[in-house]
Write a protein that binds this ligand. Structure first.
Ligand SMILES: [Zn+2]
Length: 898
């Protein structure tokens, strides 16, 4: 599963209470026991007796029954958002003989359970279906039961997680077709344990079953599920039955269905044996022409990952579908991957880049997650760390090492930021409170960075041979992190407990402080490394890594091993010591503190090959607050403006304001060239802002921005240029914005609403309304437009707010899950605004009354009444949302049965 919108999710998750304090209290006597002194088995009434509790442990689901095959026959009652189902389940006792089959079945009506035509007794309590079999079955003795049921996902209240905002399992989107511009559709989301909302199963990651699904739909719909489309048969009533079948077993959370009037864009992958495999893209009709632009690199990715792992892509096909109101970023349902509509991009929008990392992430799960599945949610990192690391592997292959290293930096920072807010826990986390907490930056980002360290330590050959072994040994089975360790140990011959204990069973990360002494007499560099992390939280790490020393003879790489709290290392050099790079491979997951001279930093830019070495060099070689930069520092900025890697160029653009004299004028020329010719739109965007530091002639800037707005093909550049232009000429920008209103670009329309939000009059309301309700603005840009609307409303008369209420109400009904997360913030912002406005007006009224200005006082009273009325309406909506949210939470607590 791939998360998106990290920043929002982090804010929401900040309250989930996982933190260092919680962890340490678990190891101490509980306050309750201390105070109550109730637990006194020995008869002693010693009030100081403390009762130590064993640490909490969330085990894997005990396997009583092995699923063998799951056959589903389903059809839909769109107008009620319900599904009729017949599940034919073949199973066998796992080890101990048994005469019962226990299944998860959430919020269903169970009509009957049969075996060989005879009815079986069952109980159905708290979402658990307990079926009494006709006799005791022994291990290996298979039996088949047939369950007739009705799935009612909408009548089940839902919870959610960091990665997923609803656990309804089966989603009917605009099922009655009441909303314009939203194609009616049905899709499913199984992870973590929601598949059992739409079919009875053992809903745990350590269950696996083969599957087939017969989906009955009206003929106008296409269907998608796991496995191959075996047949598609017309039946009476203008309907059709599609039969999808997957003969390879996978976990129930990977079961998937997608239904709607999608267009299917066909593509293919050629396997090494010459056979073709279908790789299709399911999109809404208007995106048919863009589908290959968005997903077209998938076949190349399948080839790359298959070869890298030495394990050929194991499944029947690889289809991808884009749905509306999706509750996560994307999901790795076996051979039937689902994405939210944020991935839609026109060819022109694709100029700003494509979200290949998500495509890679879901694809890599087809080895790590789908083929070998984590046996419990505690071991989730076995799925997500690999999917996360696939993004590095793909970037490295497709765009080069700098791009991969840059993305790795972002992933690492994501972990540092979120764990500092949410707290630290072991990577393999046995004492979580809620399985949904596992979907955090530990399982994903930190896990990915740890794999990268292991790869650097072992070398590529050993690393990928070990992954091959892990996949081969555990295919179609489940695994815990020890299986991974054992695969690495068997391949390399090395006991790797030291690595796995500190990284998989430990919390936090090293904080490394590097200092150096340079002995110019004896030509020696003495490096001291200190581990400064909180040792109560984190272990003292053993870290093998490399230090590079650059002298007159060139580059010398020294492998070292830090295995103590503090250690010093000596390196001789010849001639002049030019630079030294700690962690030359750029791989340690740590927070690093260094203090190098400006001169050595500047040298490091020219000598260091990797992205991070050049970035650090630029940041330290051009000190931020320096009043006057040396020639070498200024030259460094100029050279970095022409760095081969785009992100270094954007960083250098941030420093052009520190240049002077000839360096500044040379920079103007380079920045001018960047604005027109840099291939990367992010760099051109950075240049739009940087140029202000070099040019202070408003007329020149005006013509430059107008020129970019008319010339640049990138919508992102255009939108930023418009904002910059508005900064110097609001009226001009407003006029230009009007000409952009009809662009078919989510970014542009959103950008225009941003401008109107702060500068537009009431006549712009209709445009913002259209932007919010229309089809052009998609994905998370819609949340941005909602913000624009809110800011806009605060600048208008109450009548406009009254008109806007309908838009907020509409979003609360039809806006989807992410919109529901944002609406309350917007409503409370408006509430504060109305309150502030009311108190201002009341003061105004008092002043009028004091001055006996009857006419003005009357007008103000009317205004107050209007604001009160509108505030009440908004508050009613907010209360209604709050109540719905509360109901959801209550139900979630009740439902925690299993
Ligand atoms: Zn994932």
């Amino acid at each position: 599963m791939k998360k998106v919108l990290m920043y929002t999710l982090l804010l929401l998750a900040a309250s989930c209470g996982i933190n260092k304090e919680n962890k340490s209290t678990a190891e101490q006597p509980s306050t309750e026991a201390e105070v109550s002194g109730e637990i006194t088995d020995s008869g002693s009434s010693d009030p100081y007796e403390v009762v130590l509790e064993r640490p909490k442990y969330m085990p894997s689901e005990t396997v009583l029954t092995d699923l063998v095959h799951t056959k589903l026959e389903v059809d839909f009652i769109w107008e009620k958002s319900q599904m009729n189902g017949v599940a034919t389940i073949t199973a066998t006792p796992h080890f101990y003989p048994s005469d019962e089959l226990i299944l998860d079945a959430k919020g269903m009506e169970i009509n009957s359970v049969q075996m060989n035509g005879s009815t079986l007794e069952f109980s159905y309590i708290n979402d658990v279906l307990n079926i009494q079999l006709d006799k005791v079955y022994a291990k290996g003795q298979a039996y088949t039961v047939v369950i007739d049921y009705l799935a009612k996902p909408d009548e089940r209240k839902t919870g959610g997680s960091n990665a997923i905002t609803s656990d309804k399992g089966l989603f009917f989107i605009n099922p009655k077709g009441a909303q314009d511009g939203k194609m009616p559709q049905i899709w499913t989301q199984g992870e973590t344990e929601s598949s059992s909302v739409w079919f009875p199963t053992i809903d745990a990651p350590n269950a696996k079953t083969t599957q087939e699904i017969f989906i009955t739909v009206e003929d106008k719909y296409v269907t998608l599920s796991n496995g191959e489309l075996v047949s598609s048969q017309a039946v009476e009533g203008g309907k059709r039955v599609d039969h999808w079948k997957q003969e390879l077993p996978h976990a129930p959370y990977l079961f998937m269905m997608g239904i709607g009037e999608f267009k299917v864009v066909k593509d293919s992958y050629t396997r090494p044996d010459g056979t073709e495999m279908e790789v299709n893209y399911y999109v809404e009709p208007e995106w048919e022409a863009s589908a290959k632009g968005i997903f077209g690199e998938t076949p190349e990715m399948i080839k790359f990952f298959s070869e890298l792992l030495g394990v050929e892509y194991p499944w029947d096909k690889y289809h991808q579908i884009v749905v509306r109101d999706y509750v996560s970023g994307a999901m790795e349902n076996t051979g039937a991957v689902i994405f939210g509509d944020y991935v839609y991009r026109t060819d022109r929008e694709l100029l700003d880049g494509n979200d290949q990392s998500t495509i890679a992430h879901e694809l890599f799960h087809h080895w790590f997650g789908d083929l070998v599945t984590c046996e419990s949610w505690s071991n989730l990192t076995l799925n997500e760390s690999f999917a996360n690391y696939s993004q590095y592997l793909w970037d490295e292959y497709r765009y080069g090492m700098d791009e991969a290293d840059y993305q790795a930096e972002i992933e690492g920072n994501g972990y540092f930021r979120s764990s500092s807010m949410q707290g630290y826990h072991d990577l393999v986390w046995f004492d979580y409170d809620d399985k949904e907490q596992m979907f955090d930056a530990h399982s994903y980002n930190k896990g990915g960075r740890i794999l990268h360290m292991l790869r650097n330590y072992l070398g590529d050959d050993a690393f990928f041979a070990s992954l091959n072994k892990y996949l081969t040994d555990n295919k179609f089975k489940t695994a815990e992190f020890h299986n991974l360790r054992l695969a690495f140990e068997e391949v390399t011959g090395e006991d790797l407990n030291w690595f796995f204990n500190q990284w998989y069973l430990g919390s936090g990360h090293p904080e490394l402080k590097f200092t150096q002494q340079i002995d110019t007499v004896n030509r020696k560099l003495i490096v001291t490394v200190e581990q400064t992390q909180d040792l109560e939280l984190s272990p003292i790490y053993k870290i093998p890594f490399e230090i590079a020393v650059f002298d007159a003879a060139g580059k010398h790489v020294h492998p070292i091993e830090l295995d103590a709290l503090k250690a010093s290392f000596e390196f001789g050099y010849t001639g002049t010591l030019n630079a030294y790079i700690y962690d030359d491979q750029q791989m340690i997951l740590c927070q690093k503190e260094e203090s190098k001279s400006v001169e050595h930093s500047i040298n490091q830019y020219y000598l260091g090959e990797r992205y991070m070495a050049r970035k650090d060099a630029l940041m330290n070689g051009v000190p931020e607050r320096a009043t006057e930069l040396s020639d070498a520092s200024q030259q460094l900025v100029l050279d970095a403006l022409e760095d081969s890697f785009w992100h270094i160029r954007t960083l250098a653009l941030g420093k052009v304001g520190q240049l002077n004299g000839g360096y500044a004028s040379r920079a103007s020329e380079i920045v001018g060239d960047i604005l027109k010719n840099d291939p990367k739109s992010d760099v051109r965007i950075a240049a739009l802002s940087a140029i202000k530091a070099l040019v202070d002639d408003t007329a020149v800037l005006t013509s430059l921005y107008k020129n970019r707005i008319s010339e640049d093909r990138s919508y992102s550049v255009l939108s930023v240029a418009l904002k910059e232009f508005a900064g110097i000429d609001v009226e001009g920008a407003m006029k230009l914005a009007e000409t952009l209103e009809t662009e078919r670009s989510s970014k542009i329309v959103y950008g225009v609403t941003q401008l109107y939000a702060v500068k537009g009059g009431p006549e712009k309301f209709d445009f913002i309304k259209k932007a919010l309700n229309g089809k052009v603005v998609r994905g998370f840009d819609r949340l941005g437009v909602l913000n624009s609307l809110t800011i806009f409303v605060t600048r208008q008369e109450p009548q406009v707010a009254e008109q806007a209420l309908e838009l907020y109400a509409n979003q609360s009904e039809n806006g989807g899950m992410y919109m529901m997360m944002f609406l309350p913030q917007n409503l409370s912002y408006l509430n504060r605004h109305f309150s502030k406005k009311l108190s201002e007006l009341k003061e105004e009224l008092a002043a009028h009354e004091e001055n006996n200005d009857a006419l003005y006082a009357d007008q103000t009273r009317k205004k107050i009444a209007a604001y009160k009325k509108v505030q009440n309406s908004y508050m009613n909506l907010a209360k209604q949302l709050e109540k719905e949210a509360e109901e959801d939470t209550t139900h979630e607590e009740e439902g925690a049965g299993r």
